[in-house]
Write a protein that binds this ligand. Structure first.
Ligand code: ADP
Length: 601
């Protein structure tokens, strides 16, 4: 469940990031990479007649542009093109004589399309005298450089200003060369049997140009038309300026080449007339591809582990990388970034989740094992003392003929030590189950005073043996709720420690009191004590202070860790104050049973 959430998160992040402009830039460069790999190559249906540097030089430059156009048109008409589309704006009056001559040449050019310009917020159409030479309405010559990197991958098939809509020069040329009208619907534009997928909803109805490699579309200088009539005959001719010094619109194509605008119009015409259209995969398909990749990543790491998973994941990423190319081969544009980002993120997310999950499992089972070993160690150690006592006493009883009184004493001792043994075993099992989270701790009320007195009674012989005085300073008349067995174990442990780590002739003070609604069970000794660093560690399993080791007292370093667990399970804590050489005070702080507190207060 959490695993799928992690992978779904990776999917969401990948999709969100793919909307950022850097992702779009990456989409663009990948588009260019794929397009360059699959350059189209077909017989061109168009030709460019170029007003190039040489033409301008020989015909005395731009001031003579109208005359150059007249000359070009006359020669082109003589070569018999299918259509002539002019990419030179003719909206200004220049010179009455030159304009009249151009008008005459235009009139003599059959199937002619003139361009219009959009310098500001209104169309600039050809002078009426020029426009009157053709029945075709003017066509726009706008390009559509990408706002992020300036590369011209598309042209707008239509441009509209104040609902005055103009079709692109290339589209008009197509319609005119086929002798068919341009028919539009919300989803596409149709010319004869050519259906162009270009939705009205996308501003300008953009068309992806599939650029033929440089040199495939013949470019004939105005000066050389007569020698290259074959290249023009029957073709759609695009007449425009290619001279660097004059050309207004140079563009960069996806191959990284700089191309004059007129050539881009010819390229768009090629795309149209060969009906080689690219459509963008919709958001739904992109999302579907991303979901597929994320699900595959999740499955790979969910079902496999180790190197087979990584090998498959690498294959999946390779596939994600190749996916846009696969789509492109079917004339569909799939963005590159979204699937690849989702692929990488999901593989990374799924792999790390599995990695950490598996590691965590392993750590947990290792710590369980070591906890269990420690617990066994503790039980074995704790059981040794009563066992030795039982063994010793029973041997004495068997071997010697003892007086009645002594026999009674020994059998009482055997009895109490075996009870102690069974208590140790019970505690061991309880603590194990507590740590496992298996055991419902008992929740029964019992008097705090009983707990304290029975623990003190059990420790008394130990204290006596070491000549340590043990006194009960204060005894709260309150009851508490919890597991009596476990609490007894905890307090007993503190008491035995106090006796163990105190020299003979000292004093151990025990007290239980209610303070601010808390029940405080304190055991204070005058023993070896601890410094603050040692205090921090004593609740760790197996930790023993150097002082304790040096004291000659045996111990396992486990008791306090169990005490802490028990107290924590009762919702309490243990406070420790101590000073080396002076003594320690361990206080179990528990919430007092409300009833009892009320009764007292
Ligand atoms: P053990 O007593 O078996 O070593 P515990 O977990 O009960 O294990 O105690 C851990 C350590 O804390 C002891 O080894 C000792 O160094 C220190 N310690 C516990 N109680 C006292 C005390 N009353 N005075 C001084 N040191 C103590």
């Amino acid at each position: 469940m959490r695993y799928s959430a992690v992978v779904a998160g990776c999917l969401a992040v990948g999709m969100a990031v793919s909307w950022l402009s850097f992702a779009r830039r990456i989409d663009n460069t990948q588009y260019d990479r794929i397009v360059s790999k699959y350059r189209p190559d077909w017989e061109p249906n168009s030709a460019v007649v170029a007003i190039d540097e040489q033409t301008l030089r020989e015909r005395h430059g731009v001031p003579n542009a109208r005359e150059i156009l007249s000359e070009a048109l006359d020669k082109i008409a003589a070569a018999g093109p299918s259509v002539v589309a002019i990419d030179v704006i003719l909206s200004d009056e220049v010179d009455a004589g030159k304009d009249a001559r151009l008008e005459a040449s235009l009139r003599d050019t059959p199937r002619l399309i003139l361009p219009c310009d959009l310098p500001g917020s209104d169309w600039e159409d050809p002078l009426p005298r020029f426009q009157s030479t053709t029945r075709e309405p003017p066509a726009h010559v706008e390009l559509m450089p990408n706002p992020l990197d300036g590369v011209t991958r598309q042209i707008p098939l239509e441009r509209a200003v104040h609902s005055d809509r103009r079709w692109a020069l290339s589209l008009r040329a197509l319609a005119l060369s086929r002798g068919r009208p341009i028919v539009e619907s919300p989803l596409d534009v149709q010319v004869g049997d050519i259906l162009i997928p270009a939705r009205r909803a996308d501003p300008g109805r953009p068309l992806y140009i599939r650029y033929l490699p440089a040199g495939r579309i013949p470019v004939v200088s105005v000066l050389d038309i007569d020698q290259h009539r074959d290249a023009i005959r029957g073709k759609a001719v695009f007449l425009g300026v290619t001279a660097l010094s004059y050309s207004r619109d140079r563009l960069t194509n996806p191959y990284g080449e700089t191309v004059p605008g007129v050539l881009a119009h010819a390229q768009a015409f090629e795309t149209l007339s060969h009906a080689q259209f690219l459509t963008e995969a919709g958001d739904g398909i992109v999302l579907l591809a991303a979901i597929g990749l994320a699900a595959a990543a999740a499955l790979i790491f969910g079902l496999l582990s180790g190197w087979p998973a990584y090998v498959l994941a690498a294959g999946l990423l390779g596939f994600a990388h190749y996916l846009p190319e696969l789509f492109y081969r079917n004339n569909v544009l799939l963005p590159y970034f979204a699937p690849v980002a989702v692929g990488f993120l999901s593989v990374g997310g799924a792999a790390s989740y599995q990695h950490f999950f598996v590691r965590r499992q392993l750590r947990r089972s290792e710590s369980e094992r070591s906890r269990y070993q420690q617990a066994i160690h503790w039980a074995a150690h704790e059981m040794r003392t009563p066992l030795t006592a039982i063994q010793g006493s029973s041997e004495i009883m068997a071997r010697y003929n003892l007086p009645e009184e002594k026999r009674n004493q020994l059998s009482t001792m055997i009895n109490s030590e075996s009870k102690r043994l069974s208590r140790i075993i019970q505690t061991f099992l309880d603590v194990e189950r507590l740590a496992d989270g298996q055991m419902e701790m008992k929740r029964e009320p019992f008097a705090a005073a009983d707990l304290v007195s029975s623990c003190m009674a059990r420790v008394a012989p130990l204290a006596e043996r070491k000549q340590i005085e043990m006194t009960l300073e204060r005894s709260a008349d309150t009851s508490m709720v919890g597991d009596r067995e476990l609490m007894e174990y905890a307090l007993y442990n503190l008491l035995t420690n106090a006796v163990k780590y105190s020299p003979a002739g000292t004093h151990v003070r025990v007290s239980s009191e209610i303070h601010n609604g808390d029940l405080r069970l304190a055991v204070a000794d005058q023993g070896i004590g601890m410094d603050s660093k040692e205090i921090k560690n004593i609740f760790q399993k197996f930790y023993r202070t150097k002082r304790a080791e040096a004291s000659g007292e045996v111990g396992t370093g486990i008791g306090l860790s169990i005490v802490e667990q028990i107290v924590a399970h009762h919702g309490g804590r243990i406070d420790v104050t101590s000073e080396p050489g002076k003594g320690s005070c361990f206080t179990i702080v528990l919430k007092a049973h409300a009833e009892a507190a009320d009764r007292r207060g």
